[in-house]
Design a protein around this ligand. Structure first.
Ligand SMILES: C[S@@+](CC[C@H](N)C(=O)[O-])C[C@H]1O[C@@H](n2cnc3c(N)ncnc32)[C@H](O)[C@@H]1O
Length: 381
């Protein structure tokens, strides 16, 4: 756990770190790491009462892991303390670790968890969502374990949404794949713009959107530059027994001889909109990194426009609500390219902000909430 938290702190994603462990350990690890980051600042505040400011950073990490396990797992107290003291020996601070944990355990019932929201995260979110009810709902979802969803390949009357979406309890159902309901909503709402049934998905792996589009009857050409992501995509296809043409290509470097009428660009981004499942993103908002994403996102859109036919449609999507990766990207493209027209997305689950649409998680409250996605539909005129 300690090594995992260190890696996430250095920039790895929770998904990646957890995927490196044997399958039987992943679920527990995933849940505890999520809680660690959901309560990151709360744990910092609690620890202030038990340690002094010169306590080494590694010891603070270890103690925060212990607090998380004590309050959010069923692991026995003695096992938490024993494991922490063993780790403390490696860090040459076992006495300190032992003393602080005993002290915390004596006060266990008095410790209260607050709901601290990172100011940077709040600021960015508030820029996009002006309604108090939406904001307050989104803040509250920061502290609750999110519902996961699975999407059926075929219509099913028992589904909770649009005959396709189910809650994912323990096992993925036979003809289903894991995807967030907000992700489903975006593709469901923009699919009508893809008049040509042959569609190129430029950043396709691990395949959630390609598989959904395939199930809506599209002939998807999927490209991605990451072999590990493509491998996950192939595992999904094998399990579902469907075939999609996947090519390992770096979109920004590749030469294209053909042009397309239907292009999906689900660009790499900060993943800020997935904060419920990846709460570490709330404290990792780094303007300069997000500006780098923006640069790549604009390059990708401009290259997409080059391989888009006249009157063809390009749908730009990111799982983020940071203005740099969303509204600003589209604004910059529109300022430069006069042969592009934006289109209206018809969805009562999305909110229009300037040049694009954001999923409104409040509209999925009754079903269990959703991640936040941004989408913009561009036509080359
Ligand atoms: C947001 S993810 C795509 C998720 C996918 N569309 C889905 O719904 O499952 C972005 C993807 O872009 C890929 N990517 C990043 N840079 C790329 C490039 N230059 N060329 C092709 N793919 C790229 C990454 O490997 C990653 O799989």
């Amino acid at each position: 756990m300690f090594v995992s938290i260190k890696k996430i702190g250095q920039g790895s994603s929770i998904d990646y770190v957890v995927s490196q462990f044997p399958a039987v350990k992943r679920n527990f690890l995933f849940l505890v790491i999520q809680e660690y980051y959901r309560n990151y600042e709360n744990n910092n505040k609690i620890l202030l009462n038990y340690v002094h400011d010169k306590t080494p950073k590694n010891i603070l990490i270890l103690l925060k892991i212990c607090l998380t396990l004590l309050y959010f797992s069923s692991k026995p107290q003695y096992a938490i303390v024993n494991d922490a003291v063993e780790e403390g020996k490696v860090l040459k601070k076992e006495k300190l670790v032992n003393a602080v944990l005993r002290n915390i355990l004596r006060n266990k019932n008095k410790i209260k968890y607050g709901k601290f929201i990172y100011p940077n995260f709040k600021r960015v979110l508030d820029k996009i969502f002006s309604s108090d009810s939406i904001r307050n709902y989104i803040y509250s979802t920061l502290f609750t374990k999110p519902k996961n969803y699975q999407i059926s390949l075929i219509d099913n009357q028992k589904a909770i949404y649009k005959k396709r979406v189910f809650v994912l309890e323990k096992k993925i159902m036979k003809e289903c794949f894991v995807q967030d309901i907000g992700n489903f909503e975006v593709i469901y709402s923009v699919r009508k713009f893809f008049k040509d049934k042959t569609l190129i998905d430029l950043c396709a792996a691990p395949g959630g959107k390609s598989i959904l589009l395939d199930s809506f009857g599209f002939n998807v050409i999927a490209i991605d530059n990451s072999q590990s992501q493509i491998n996950k995509f192939k595992e999904n296809l094998d399990r579902l027994n469907i075939k999609i043409n996947i090519q390992k290509i770096d979109f920004l470097k590749a030469k294209f001889t053909q042009k397309y009428n239907s292009i999906l660009l689900d660009a790499p981004c900060s993943a800020l909109g997935t904060f419920r499942r990846n709460p570490d993103v709330t404290l990792k908002i780094d303007q300069s990194k997000i500006k780098k994403h923006q640069k790549i996102q604009i390059q990708m859109i401009e290259k997409s426009l080059k391989i888009l036919n006249k009157n063809g449609f390009l749908v730009y999507i990111v799982c983020s609500f940071h203005p740099f990766e969303t509204i600003e990207v589209i604004d910059k493209v529109m300022r430069k390219h006069k042969d592009v027209k934006l289109h209206k997305i018809n969805s009562d689950k999305m909110i229009k902000r300037q040049s694009g649409y954001f999923i409104n998680p409040l509209s999925f409250k009754e079903l269990g909430g959703s991640d936040i996605f941004f989408a913009s539909v561009l036509e080359k005129i």
